[in-house]
Write a protein that binds this ligand. Structure first.
Ligand SMILES: *[C@@H]1O[C@H](CO)[C@@H](O)[C@H](O)[C@H]1NC(C)=O
Ligand SMILES: *[C@@H]1O[C@H](CO)[C@@H](O)[C@H](O)[C@H]1NC(C)=O
Ligand SMILES: *[C@@H]1O[C@H](CO)[C@@H](O)[C@H](O)[C@H]1NC(C)=O
Ligand SMILES: *[C@@H]1O[C@H](CO)[C@@H](O)[C@H](O)[C@H]1NC(C)=O
Length: 421
């Protein structure tokens, strides 16, 4: 039976699920469960005894990694999961995309341009209150709800034991400190002597996290270049208090972190703002570093008309994932005021809120697996070789597809969509 387009559209939430089950067999031989060590934040301690114990202690960020010879690794792809905290799924999708990326051959000698053995994929878990059964041990980091996506401190562990078995209070650990630990781990040239680049990537809520981490994260990679891949997020941290849409119903919260830099209470963000930047122009420096120095690649599915976050703060940024992305590009243009930025944008035709299709698109494969090798260290270099960002013009055919899609959107706007972040 051939399904008609309207019927397919009606069934699309179900098909999306079927797609996921059918096309992504869980090949557990391609992944191993690991835990990376995470330091405890020392500034949280007044008591010297606890501080000394904390210096010796390590918490753990749990996740999946590719089984690889570390000496062959030239690139690490840190892929952040979405709302469902399904790190295994994101790991498998990224592995599948890598298989595509390694099919390309050198035309002169017929050798593969990239081999799987060169790329380490790491998909960490940001576990929450519902995941007690999934923590490997009592040093595994856990956050509240979805707060991990914007840098909040952990809820657990609340205590830890020192070498003598004495208990000490544990401070909260920011999810951004956990990403810092992963960046530090994969940029360590004692461990990975041939590492050339690190990518921090995410789709949906994972992409929201990447955007905020790229904005305020420490990214402690020393001289190893890092770049960021942000696919179909539901909202952004804006860089000033302007918004494309009405903020009337959320006038006191629309510019608070995570939606903007107007106010913030999180420790990582506060200490970053107060310690690492000149306090007289801190927000200006954050903006400048993000837009001119951090290498950020946005990927948007041209059919991603989902609403995702349906709160006023998100609607103030636009109506759908795609529209919010396009409007954020205009926002960056406004912030750059004619200067050259270090960001790029690619639009992927015919793809909705589907991470695999985003990753295996030409732009997805390029940014995940080949671009920026031997690039400049993050936050330092200005000369990004990638093409300057700005919304690519839609072709005539895409405009027709867009018009059709908006018709369907109007028809289906009455059907509530699941909030995918
Ligand atoms: C392709 O192979 C030739 C011959 O081995 C080599 O000189 C060239 O650098 C290769 N190109 C790439 C892009 O690896
Ligand atoms: C954590 O787990 C270890 C080993 O299972 C156990 O000895 C210890 O009492 C637990 N609790 C704390 C707070 O470390
Ligand atoms: C780098 O890795 C080596 C080997 O695992 C380790 O001994 C060293 O402490 C690491 N350095 C940093 C800064 O983490
Ligand atoms: C939000 O702004 C965009 C761009 O100006 C516009 O197309 C859209 O209709 C606006 N949405 C609402 C709900 O006002």
């Amino acid at each position: 039976m051939r399904l008609s387009t309207p019927l397919l559209l009606l069934l699309s939430p179900l098909l999306a699920h079927a797609y996921r089950m059918k096309d992504v067999p869980a090949d557990t031989s391609k992944r191993v469960r690991i835990s990376l060590p995470v330091h405890l934040p020392e500034e949280a301690y007044d008591n010297p005894v606890d501080l000394e114990a904390a210096r010796q202690a390590r918490f753990q960020l749990s996740g999946f990694e590719s089984p690889r010879d570390p000496t062959q690794i030239t690139r690490a792809v840190i892929q952040l999961h979405g709302l469902a905290r399904d790190a295994w799924w994101y790991f498998d999708l990224t592995t599948q995309a890598l298989e595509r990326a390694t099919r390309r051959k050198n035309r002169t000698d017929g050798q593969n341009l990239l081999t799987e053995q060169q790329v380490m994929i790491f998909a960490p878990f940001f576990l929450n209150d519902q995941d007690n059964g999934a923590t490997p041990n009592n040093r595994t980091l856990q956050w509240h709800g979805s707060q991990w996506a914007y840098g909040a401190d952990t809820r657990a562990p609340a205590t830890f034991l020192d070498a003598q078995g004495l208990s000490h209070p544990a401070p909260g650990v920011s999810s951004f400190e956990a990403v810092d630990a992963a960046v530090q781990h994969y940029s360590n040239k004692t461990r990975f002597p041939n590492i050339q680049s690190i990518v921090v990537a995410g789709h949906s809520l994972g992409a929201q996290m990447v955007q905020r981490y790229a904005l305020i994260g420490a990214v402690p990679s020393r001289d190893v270049p890092v770049h960021f891949v942000i696919a179909n997020p539901s909202s952004y941290a804006y860089l000033d208090s302007t918004r494309p849409n009405s903020t009337e119903a959320c006038s006191s919260t629309y510019d608070a972190w995570k939606f903007g830099l107007g106010s913030y209470t999180q420790r990582y963000l506060s200490s970053f703002m107060s310690e690492s930047l000149d306090s007289s122009k801190d927000v200006e420096d954050v903006r400048r570093r993000y837009t001119r120095e951090r290498k950020v690649h946005y990927l948007y599915g041209l059919a991603d008309h989902e609403v995702g976050d349906n709160r006023c703060e998100a609607f103030a940024q636009g109506d759908t994932h795609l529209m919010r992305g396009q409007l954020y590009m205009q926002h960056l243009d406004h912030i750059l005021a004619g200067e050259q930025g270090s960001h790029t944008v690619d639009y992927v035709p015919n793809v909705a809120h589907e991470p695999l299709k985003m990753f295996i698109s030409a732009a997805g494969l390029r940014h995940l697996f080949t671009s920026n090798d031997a690039g400049e260290p993050t936050g330092v270099g200005y000369g990004d070789k990638a093409r300057p960002f700005y919304p690519a013009r839609l072709s005539g055919e895409q405009q027709v597809q867009e018009a059709q899609a908006s018709l369907w959107r109007a028809l289906f706007s009455a059907i509530p969509l699941p909030a995918l972040g």
